[in-house]
Design a binder for this molecule. Sequence first.
Ligand SMILES: [Zn+2]
Length: 174
Amino acid sequence: MNFLTLASECDTKNNAVSFLQTRGILHNPRLCKNKHEMVLQLTEKQDRWCCSKRECRQYAPLRADNFLASSRLDYETIVMFIYCWSKEYTSIMFCKEELNMNHNTTVDWNMYMREVCEYTSTNNSAKIGGVNTTVEIDESCFSMFNFKLALLHNLNFVTYNKCAPSYQYATTIL
Ligand SMILES: [Zn+2]
């Protein structure tokens, strides 16, 4: 998959969310605390899960309990940024002109991705999660690094190359 294919596949919020769901970054499905299956509601106002049992009345934000919990960047841009980052295209200028990202957001996301790779290079951790699996945040068991790492691995944008020096990574296409 190249930039054009990915951009056309993730051209809307719904499509980008589906993409992230199929890679286990977002829940799919999600259960409420009473173990009922929840229904995803994507609107202009909010993106949330709603329990399918009306009497249960449980809701959960789409970005709760997953990698994107601390991010406000739209889903389409997140997918494209990670792809571009794996190709070393995420300069301030590129992200401003091509992804409509402001300076601070670009800096934050570049740091975020770098932390993942630094962690990967020192720990060489195994893949977490996978297709039809959502990696739940349980801070008592895992550090945020684990979740950032799993984000990259799940998307298959980046593969750590054991033979390479710390800051060199082999990249793979989806
Ligand atoms: Zn419920």
